[in-house]
Design a protein around this ligand. Structure first.
Ligand code: SF4
Ligand code: SF4
Length: 147
């Protein structure tokens, strides 16, 4: 997992511009919940060619860091690349299997149940029903050898 691969894939050069202001970490919703997750530190570890651990999976792909970075560093795109590299080098993680099962069964990455629907109703959101469309897409992708 090296800087060269990052530079040649998603980024090109923006990672080199980090001035360590900490805005990315300060505005990251996952870092607020998981103290061990620190996007700024992850970028620096990538820069110095250090291994990235499992904490990369705390990134929720919300793009807040990338939107707010004053140096316009493609932080979320780099996080996504790091996840792809993680899967390639270290393999599939158990929690991804659970996400895949939820997608197949409910059409969403989280389990859909009465408790979740009641919570949605309480905050004024409509109830959700399971969707079979994703299941169909996954089945077709499997048939075509793409999943
Ligand atoms: S917001 Fe941008 S410049 Fe600031 S620490 Fe994060 S990556 Fe570096
Ligand atoms: S994209 Fe990931 S690292 Fe960036 S703010 Fe969102 S959760 Fe944090």
């Amino acid at each position: 997992m090296g800087l060269e691969e990052i530079l040649s894939d998603v980024d090109g050069k923006t990672i080199m511009r980090c001035m360590s202001c900490g805005i990315c970490t300060g505005s990251c919703p996952s870092a607020r919940v998981k103290k061990e997750f620190n996007p700024r530190r992850i970028l620096h570890r990538v820069y110095f060619g250090e291994d990235i651990g499992d904490e990369i999976w705390y990134c929720a792909n919300c793009y807040t860091c990338q939107e707010r970075c004053p140096e316009r560093i493609k932080i979320t795109d780099i996080m996504n690349l790091l996840k792809r590299m993680y899967l390639r080098d270290k393999g599939y993680l158990n929690f991804i299997k659970a996400v895949e099962e939820n997608l197949k069964n409910f059409g969403y990455t989280a389990q859909l149940n009465e408790f979740k629907n009641k919570t949605r109703e309480r905050i004024g959101l409509p109830r959700l029903k399971s969707s079979s469309e994703i299941k169909l897409i996954l089945e077709r992708a499997n048939e075509n050898g793409q999943a």
